[in-house]
Design a binder for this molecule. Structure first.
Ligand SMILES: [Fe+2]
Ligand SMILES: [Fe+2]
Length: 470
């Protein structure tokens, strides 16, 4: 068991105390982080006690210890999975060589870019969600929001640790920059577009944790394979935390659907809006928007960067160990490309299609969530069925960004797009309606009218448990 040293200013299981220079650098970054948290983190709840889980060790028994904590006092720390003796690189051109414990010089820039891009998403999501605490549908949901927020903060720490430890001065500069970019700021935005989208209501938040945090899961899975061992070990532990974020999204949207099912059953044939529920069609449009935007995060279909990262052994495939062959050389991937206004089937070198390979896994995982939501409908004998938009729908990055595609992925012209966009994507009226429902419900055990209560409390707490002491 590698337990975490809480006697230190920065809790860690990496023996930070033995490296005074690094410890000083991180302790110098810590106040900037707290300042960022206080100005850009969740507003107005920093003095409240919240029932949060904190990791006390990275093994199964220790990483979810629950207790009341004020968020600025959360023990953000540095936790890596234990080193496996003799670990080898599992893919790419260095397959079978010893995993790197230091940054290989020839890959320094690529590796730094991968770490910075991952790191940037973590504070970005906290910024996007900073006002949501004012309108949570219950104390249970409020607590979940804050749990996600503090863990995204910890994920930032995880990446900053790597930057400080392995990248010297430019790593420290990147760590500073991570606290300076701002989600949605036109002059100094976050790196990836989804992380600049406003996330102003709870249906957006639940879709975000379902679809955008799931992109995070798959990126982490690829980095967990990395030949750069400290990155792999860091990401493996982050994945345990990420699972909860997706749980919040999948079950959360499920509870919104459940509430709508209940209202439809009680008042057949009537507009559910009269009863403060969210119509299925609006939920579907939110799903369409957030899933398409998050699908963009995997990058272009054909990408020389993705080939480079794979060949170098920096970024693998998700579940690389399930693959039969690990060099991905002399193999092809069948892709439908969009060039000169036409969809054309084409075989591309597998290494160049690594973004698409990962997107395949992502789509599969999303479909499981859609099935889960449809089972909610079935339980209520509601005929509505949700679907995942085709990966070509509403893309801003890659081949398909150059055209218009319907929800099934068919190529359509601009006129057809304009005639249907309001059916497919949230309208101003949808957003306004959803916003009108966003009133806080902070009595223990009570819940807002647009979402069903959770089937089970956090850490098996009773239904009326006071998760946040206001
Ligand atoms: Fe994260
Ligand atoms: Fe997350």
């Amino acid at each position: 068991m590698s337990s975490i040293d809480y006697s230190q200013k920065i809790p860690n299981n990496v023996d930070l105390a033995s490296d005074k220079r690094l410890q000083r650098a991180l302790e110098a970054w810590q106040p900037s982080y707290i300042e960022w948290w206080n100005s850009m983190g969740p507003t107005d709840f920093n003095t409240k006690e919240i029932y949060l889980r904190t990791a006390v060790s990275v093994d199964a028994s220790g990483w979810a210890n629950f207790g009341f904590v004020k968020m600025p006092e959360y023990r953000w720390g540095i936790f890596l999975e234990p080193q496996q003796q003799g670990r080898k690189i599992g893919f790419g051109d260095h397959m079978g060589e010893d995993a790197w414990q230091q940054v290989p010089g020839e890959y320094r820039n690529w590796l730094r870019r991968l770490i910075v891009t991952q790191g940037d998403t973590e504070p970005a999501s906290v910024e996007q969600q900073r006002l949501l605490g004012h309108t949570a549908p219950s104390l249970y949901d409020l607590r979940n929001l804050f749990q996600v927020n503090v863990e995204e903060g910890r994920h930032l720490w995880a990446m900053v640790y790597l930057l400080h430890t392995y990248f010297g001065r430019d790593g420290r500069e990147e760590a500073e920059e991570l606290l300076q970019r701002r989600s949605g700021n036109p002059d100094h935005p976050r790196i990836l577009s989804t992380f600049n989208e406003p996330c102003e209501d709870w249906l957006s938040f639940l879709c975000f944790t379902m679809f955008t945090d799931r992109d995070g899961k798959f990126q982490l899975l690829t980095l967990a394979e990395s030949g750069f061992d400290p990155l792999a070990r860091t990401c493996r532990f982050m994945l345990t935390e990420e699972a909860h974020h997706m749980f919040v999204g999948q079950t959360g949207v499920g509870r919104v659907i459940e509430r709508t099912c209940q209202v439809m059953k009680e008042h057949p044939g009537q507009d559910v809006k009269q009863y403060g529920a969210i119509p299925m069609e609006i939920i579907q449009r939110y799903i369409n928007f957030w899933s398409a935007s998050s699908t963009d995060l995997f990058g272009a279909e054909v990408s020389s960067n993705s080939a480079n990262f794979f060949g170098a052994g920096l970024k693998g495939r998700a579940y690389e160990d399930r693959q039969e062959e690990h060099t991905a050389l002399n193999q092809e991937y069948a892709l439908t490309r969009f060039t000169d206004g036409k969809l054309v089937d084409e075989n591309v070198a597998l290494r160049n299609a690594m973004n698409e390979v990962l997107r395949d896994e992502y789509v599969k995982d999303n479909l499981k969530g859609i099935d889960y939501w449809n089972r909610v409908c079935e339980r209520y004998e509601n005929p509505y069925r949700f679907s995942l938009p085709h990966r070509r729908f509403n893309r801003k990055i890659g081949d398909y960004a150059a055209g218009r595609f319907d929800l099934e992925g068919n190529l359509i012209d601009e006129r057809t797009w304009l005639a249907n966009a309001d059916k497919w994507l949230p309208t101003a009226a949808d957003k306004q309606y959803v916003k009108s429902l966003m009133v806080p419900c902070y009595k223990p055990g009570k819940i807002a009218g647009w979402i069903a209560p959770p089937p089970k409390g956090v850490d098996n707490q009773a239904e009326d448990f006071e998760y946040v002491r206001l």
